[in-house]
Design a binder for this molecule. Sequence first.
Ligand SMILES: [Zn+2]
Length: 473
Amino acid sequence: MSTTPRAFAAVTLGVAAALTVSAAPASAAERFTPGAPGAGDPYFPDMGNGGYDVAHYDVGLKYDPATKGIRAVTKIKARATQNLSRFNLDFLGPLTISSLKVDGHKASFKRTGAQELVITPRKGLRKHRHFTVTVAYSGVPQPINDATLGTSGWIPTADGAVMVNQPFGAATVYPVNDHPTDKATYTFTLTAPKGHTTLSNGDLRGTSTKGGWTTTRWVMRHPMASELSMLAIGKYDVITGRTGDGVPNLTATDRAQGVTPEDAQKFHRQTAEIQDFQASLYGRYPFTSTGGIVVKGGFGYALETQGRPVYDLGRRPGAIPSGSLVAHELGHQWFGDSVTPERWADIWMNEGFATYSEWLYAEKFEGTPVQESFDAVYATPADDGLWKGVVSDPGRDHIFDGLVYDRGAMAVHVLRQTIGENAFYRLLREWPATYRYGNASTEDLVRFAERLSHKKLDAWADAWLYSEGKPSV
Ligand SMILES: [Zn+2]
């Protein structure tokens, strides 16, 4: 859920209308305008929409291996943030909508542009009004293959599918307000033939089998960005338990990946151990369950999907994630998932702290001092591509490049040296606590660190976040 005021074009119009209220209060107040078709993110102008705030997604999805297709009904509970004549959702790809209702009444809709589902309810939706959108649809979802950002969305596997959504992808599976600033709670109700495993974010709240089909219901009861929603359907070996802190831990490995039972146990144990270690540094784990899913999806990356990261190690049969990779994805649960960047340009706040989580892991579990990890990357020559670009604004096609990871982590380490150990360890706990389940910007972090440390940090921020080139230390 978003509490952040955003500069939508439509909101601006609303303000203009409000300014004329003194002349004609009644008619101005009754004015209904379309919600904006984007959330205002400069990197992804089509992503997200304006005019409403989603509270909850309820995605009911049945997967049929015979067709590799889905039948689904997604219910969205939202609240209007302006008087809405119409509004958009993001919905992408070949799925066919059979029915669309707003508050139980048929609404007209059309699909335009890259991913806009434009919905016109029978009557305008007054500001602050709660409403429900119910969309029924079916077909064979297709992944997004972006030239620079890779594969995301619904990704078919040999016996099912995986959904990983960063930065976009959710819209290939369900209609969504697809920008991280509109977080919401989720229920995924997943049906597949008996013998298939269905997995998602959050807590398993029910399993039932009827007529050869098994349904599982997963609840994520803390706000989640759509880019962090996940599902996996296929044949998995599942291990359940608890971390030392008592957090329910569910790990799963795709049988096609060929992980030995011993390695599956090791992955499960390591997930618990690393998370407990991170909770001792970053404060209470923000979600109600944890875990990880080793998939065989062929997309070749791991993703910090909320409460339960996804690891694709398909090119290394039998492999489980390294402790370092687990530390990276679990570190994201505080940095990226619970506290999510305001705009995609701020993604170093995810990747810098997640990479720093690897360094802290290496120090604790492998005996490599953090300073050594820093020195190894800092040794990169000044004319190397690593130092090109601006960490806090890498550009749309570079949000997964080395600068946001390695220079991000180095920025964190130099911040530590600048504000001192005490303030730094307080920051590691107090930042995720203060912005828990919300969004924040680079500027927010700089100001927060200044308030906490009573130090001016302009020089640090300029050198490490806002400028190109290799800073001196
Ligand atoms: Zn990451």
